[in-house]
Design a protein. Structure first.
Length: 140
């Protein structure tokens, strides 16, 4: 992979996830949310071998720490998130659904604060507050 800073990768992620939401909404014209979850899983199966070949040297989970279980749980919860996202996308406007679900850092920040002891600075509280306001505005 090319060498980039966190902002470059964040913007690439923004682009990829934005297209992911758009392509999902287009696919939902003729596929149910459940069907789209299954169909999109083929995309993950296609990319898995590629990522495995490129990044396999990084696959060194510590079985003693149990952190591998957290990684598997992240995959399971992420899959459920995809399913609920597709259900929402099938029933709502893409511009609203994607914007509201993109506020997931609210959940991450709260868990990181309570469970990991991360600092909750004024800037974070302000940003999370604006995210909540955005959700309220978009959900009407």
């Amino acid at each position: 992979m090319f060498s980039a800073n966190w902002l470059s990768y964040s913007l690439l992620s923004l682009l990829a996830w934005g297209l992911w939401g758009f392509f999902g909404k287009v696919a939902l014209r003729s596929i149910s949310g459940e069907g789209l979850l299954l169909v999109s899983s083929f995309g993950y199966m296609i990319t898995f071998p590629i990522f495995f070949v490129i990044y396999r040297s990084y696959l060194r989970p510590s079985l003693e720490s149990g952190d591998w279980a957290w990684g598997v749980l992240a995959g399971v919860i992420g899959s459920l998130g995809y399913l609920f996202f597709y259900f929402a996308l099938a029933r709502g406007e893409a511009s609203r659904v994607v914007a509201i679900t993109a506020a997931y850092p609210l959940v991450t920040a709260l868990f990181a604060f309570y469970m990991l002891g991360e600092e909750l600075s004024f800037q974070k509280i302000l940003g999370l507050g604006f995210a909540l306001i955005g959700i309220m505005i978009l959900s009407r």
